[in-house]
Every structure is written in structure tokens, then in C-alpha cells.
Design a protein around this ligand. Structure first.
Ligand SMILES: [Zn+2]
Length: 266
């Protein structure tokens, strides 16, 4: 009798413990919501996941050095079968290159990672001139990474041969395209600026071959993933006048009229 009584108590205690454990496990734990997994810039952590710090759960701040594009972003990058100049006109008229790609700049301690495009008037005459997307692409960064870059846009493009490149437009006065939006070749994306008055107005224009967001520095001693911007644009500018495709405004008007899905590869 005594043994049976003991056994009953043991079973009850065990059941109560199990029940308490189950209820504890079901409780609502307070965690911040995941902000976004959509894009490199929206995801404030490598995978947008909050982490526990000493003073609670936080989403670590954005570190552009370790961001890669998501599979969905890569899928959404349109094909840019033709590239044009980002300033002046489609063939680069009305601009000059004040500091060509990979020119040594001893005072800055390295080689220039892009082309500095200026209006032919020089000085600040090109301040607020329009800056155009060089090809169909997806805006993968739009913001101010640090004071020396100023307002900066990165657009990802898929080349006809499958390679993924990015065009970068820095020191802008304005950013006129939202992050994560597709753009068409020739679309105005911003205006030429001086990075908050640090330089004479010009467009610092770079091209990277990359599948992530890495803004890097304006002067480096290693090429890494930097391509010659003007050479890259020229390599995808057809000389055959019958191969120029419809104008961007024609396409945009057609989309608005017909409510068509966004085109790729024209
Ligand atoms: Zn520059």
C-alpha cells in the first residue's frame, strides 16, 4: 500500500513537471520582428536576423562589406543588352572625364576606382544636371554610405553573356529612384552633386563585377572587382543604328498605356 502511494505521488509529480515544461515552452517570447530579408540595404544584419546583445535583442547595423544579393534579387536583375553614358547624352557628348579610371592619385594614396565625369562647362556648371541609368537594372543601393561618397546609387545589371555587373553613381545632389526598383536605360535616377560641398560638382562613376553590395573606396591599389567604366559602356553600345531599340520614354509610355509588366532585354 505504501509503495503504491509513493508510486502515485511520483507519477503526479512527473505529470505536473511535464505539464509545466510544456506550458513554459509554449509561452510567447518577445523578440523584435525581422525587418526585412528583401535586399542588402533593407536587411540590417547579414540575414536580417536580430541577435541578442548584453542589453537586449537588436538588429545589428548595416555593414555593406558583407552583404550579398538574395536569390530573389538576382532573379529580378534585368538583362542590359545595351549600355549608355550616365551623363550628357547617350554617346557621352557634353561631358569630359576629369580623372580617368585607374589613374594614380598620389595625394589620395591610390588609383582612382572610377571615372569623374563633368559637364563641358567645367567647375560647378554641371551641378544638378541629370544622371541617367546606364542600362536596364535593379536599384540595389540608394543612400549615403559615408560623407566622402555622399548620396550614392548602385544599380545591378545582367549582361547578355550572363555576367552580373553594377554601376555606381556617387556624390549626387539628389537620389530620384527608390531602393529595390527596376530602372530602364536612360531613366533619370538623380542629379549631379558635390557630396555636400566637398568637391566641385561631378559624377564619380564606377562599374563593379559583383553579386553583392560593396561600395569600397574611391582610391585603391588593387583592382579587385573594378572594371573600366567607360570601356564597359563602350563595349555594349551598338554602332549599328538599326540596333538601337526603342527610346526609353516610348517604352515607359507604352507600359503606362497598356499596364504591361516591366520589359527586360531590350
Ligand atoms: Zn572620383
Amino acid at each position: 500500500m505504501k509503495i503504491r502511494h509513493g508510486l502515485t505521488i511520483a507519477v503526479v509529480v512527473l505529470a505536473a513537471t511535464f505539464l509545466a515544461y510544456a506550458i513554459w515552452g509554449q509561452r510567447e517570447t518577445e523578440r523584435p520582428t525581422i525587418r526585412s530579408l528583401r535586399t542588402a540595404q533593407d536587411a540590417d544584419a547579414p540575414d536580417g536576423e536580430p541577435r541578442e546583445f548584453e542589453d537586449g535583442w537588436k538588429v545589428p547595423s548595416f555593414d555593406p562589406r558583407i552583404e550579398i544579393l538574395t536569390g530573389i534579387d538576382l532573379f529580378r536583375v534585368p538583362v542590359a543588352s545595351r549600355l549608355d553614358y550616365p551623363m550628357g547624352s547617350a554617346n557621352g557628348a557634353l561631358t569630359y572625364n576629369a580623372q580617368p579610371f585607374w589613374e594614380m592619385n598620389a595625394s589620395r594614396g591610390g588609383r582612382h576606382t572610377g571615372d569623374d565625369l563633368n559637364g563641358i562647362g567645367g567647375q560647378n556648371s554641371d551641378l544638378n544636371d541629370p544622371v541617367y541609368a546606364i542600362g536596364n537594372g535593379l536599384v540595389i543601393y540608394a543612400g549615403e554610405p559615408d560623407p566622402s561618397w555622399g548620396k550614392t546609387i548602385l544599380i545591378a545589371h545582367r549582361l547578355p553573356d550572363g555576367r552580373l555587373i553594377q554601376s555606381m553613381y556617387a556624390h549626387l545632389a539628389t537620389i530620384e529612384v527608390p531602393l529595390d526598383e527596376p530602372v530602364v536605360r536612360g531613366q533619370q535616377i538623380g542629379r549631379v552633386g558635390n557630396a555636400g560641398g566637398q568637391y566641385l560638382a561631378h559624377l564619380h562613376f564606377e562599374i563593379h563585377e559583383a553579386d553583392g553590395v560593396s561600395l569600397g573606396q574611391g582610391y585603391m591599389n588593387y583592382r579587385t572587382n573594378r572594371l573600366n567604366p567607360i570601356e564597359t559602356v563602350e563595349s555594349l553600345r551598338p554602332t549599328d543604328p538599326t540596333n538601337l531599340g526603342p527610346s526609353v520614354s516610348e517604352i515607359v509610355q507604352e507600359i503606362q498605356r497598356e499596364n504591361l509588366p516591366f520589359p527586360t532585354g531590350f
